[in-house]
Write a protein that binds this ligand. Structure first.
Ligand SMILES: [Zn+2]
Length: 242
């Protein structure tokens, strides 16, 4: 029986001469590999479906050797991201996160799915610094997973008087000077302010903010470290961190 999924193509690899295997991410099924047959043919009907970023309705059937796409209708190809070098790396970073993380509950998956579409739309069509969007995306994933980085109080003792802030790289949490130990490093006020602004601003409004110079880059490094300590997920972010 055929099944229709609203999904994003997050990865694509060649298979045989004319086929491709693509990794889909959908609310219903999470991540799964499916095959697009004959899609490298220039006149192929489902040509668009083979490209990463493509968001659409995929009709899937169980074949003898795995799942096959038998129908496809694009909702948004996001092809502008692949064609613009200023957007490409951040867009690819979003797909890397989806590829490397596992979202277990259906509710968590649904929220991450909608968040991804929102982030890709804003990278693609709005005039926002792509790094702001990537930082915001990571901050929101931490929030969805119940392990927020942003906090109004020390995550250890609950004190609200942060004279100085520290990040504990083992737990990934922010603590006060009374609670810091050898695993902690000072977390600058400028970067904390960038974290707070990004946490509290909707994606659509990110075009109206301006963060202190380079704070978005420092914050990105901290967020990437946080994904390592929280989830054991190693993000490479080619073209951004290297
Ligand atoms: Zn404390």
């Amino acid at each position: 029986m055929a099944e229709t999924l609203r999904a994003i193509n997050i990865k694509s690899i060649d298979k045989k001469e004319k086929d491709k295997n693509i990794l889909l991410f959908s609310i219903e099924e999470g991540k799964e590999w499916v095959t697009l047959k004959g899609v490298k043919n220039p006149n192929a009907k489902m040509k668009l479906a083979q490209s990463p970023f493509c968001f659409g309705e995929f009709v899937i059937e169980e074949g003898k050797l795995g799942k096959i796409v038998v129908g496809f209708e694009a909702i948004e190809s996001f092809h502008e991201i692949s064609e613009d070098v200023d957007k490409y790396f951040e867009g690819t970073a979003i797909l890397e996160i989806l590829d490397k993380m596992d979202f277990t509950s259906t509710q968590e998956r649904a929220r991450v799915f909608l968040l991804s579409i929102k982030a890709l739309k804003n990278i693609c069509f709005n005039n926002i610094k792509p790094l702001y969007i990537l930082d915001k995306f990571l901050i929101e994933i931490l929030n969805i997973c119940g392990t927020p980085l942003y906090t109004e109080k020390c995550s250890n003792c609950g004190s609200k008087s942060f004279d100085k802030l520290y990040i504990n790289y083992v737990t990934g949490e922010l603590v006060c000077s009374g609670c810091k130990d050898i695993y902690c490093e000072e977390f600058s006020k400028t970067v904390f302010s960038a974290l707070k602004i990004l946490n509290n601003t909707e994606f659509e409004k990110l075009s109206t903010i301006k963060l202190a110079e380079n704070s978005e880059k420092t914050l990105l490094n901290i967020l990437v470290n946080n994904f390592k300590s929280r989830f054991d997920v190693y993000l490479k972010f080619l073209g951004i961190l290297s």
